[in-house]
Design a protein around this ligand. Structure first.
Ligand SMILES: [Zn+2]
Length: 213
């Protein structure tokens, strides 16, 4: 069974009942002609949609609401909220002097460079990946990678450990890292029994005698 859909624009000020009347007329007009064509009784279902199916509905965007390492710092700087635990509150007060909040974004003050944008550990993983193996990645070691991330302007507390772990797990670094060419055992020098006595080794081999010789 095939179905056909007709749409009728509901005008501003139209009552639902007037639309229903219109539909009734529409069905009355069309049914006989369709029945004449197919020679079968036809049924036209009429559905009244309150909301057009094609209209864009308000998008629902997922917002990360889970707490991360920045949450207590932001809460304290923004609203003056401290943790209930006395020791944790003291540690937070000592730590917060190195951070600042600008337009809702937390930044860490650095000694000589610009303010470092604070990111979550997950975002940090993406940054490490981009700096290590991305477009301008150079597959540097863990220490250099961490320093490069800091000079690029990002900060999260486990940056150094994360950078070291990231390099350890990089497949290319494992395959092509510099291999030590040091001999696994001690070398055995060949000593001359008396001065000017040398062992020789012919690496070319016996040369064929040519016609002129
Ligand atoms: Zn690598």
């Amino acid at each position: 069974m095939s179905a056909k859909t007709y749409s009728i624009q509901k005008r501003e000020g139209d009552e639902v009942s007037s639309v229903a009347d219109f539909m009734a007329d529409f069905v009355a007009d069309f049914t006989p002609s369709i029945e004449a064509q197919t020679n079968k009784p036809q049924m036209i279902p009429v559905r009244h949609l309150e909301v057009p199916t094609t209209e864009d509905v308000d998008k629902v965007l997922a917002i990360a609401t889970e707490d991360n390492w920045m949450t207590p710092l932001i809460k304290y700087i923004d609203k003056g909220e401290l943790p209930l635990d006395k020791n944790a509150a003291r540690r937070l007060r000592a730590r917060v002097v190195r951070f600042t909040l600008f337009e809702g974004q937390l930044y860490r003050k650095s000694y000589s460079g610009p303010l470092l944008r604070c990111v979550t550990t997950r975002q940090g993983g993406d940054i490490l990946s981009e700096l290590h193996e991305g477009e301008y990645g150079n597959h540097s070691g863990g220490r250099i990678l961490a320093n490069r991330t800091l000079t690029t302007g990002y900060f999260w507390p486990t940056i150094r450990a994360d950078a070291a772990n990231f390099v350890l797990l990089c497949d290319k670094c494992q395959r092509f890292t510099q291999v030590s060419h040091l001999h696994p055992e001690k070398l055995h020098p060949t000593l001359a029994p008396w001065p000017l006595m040398h062992w020789g080794m012919d690496t070319v081999g016996k040369l064929p005698i040519t016609s002129g010789q």
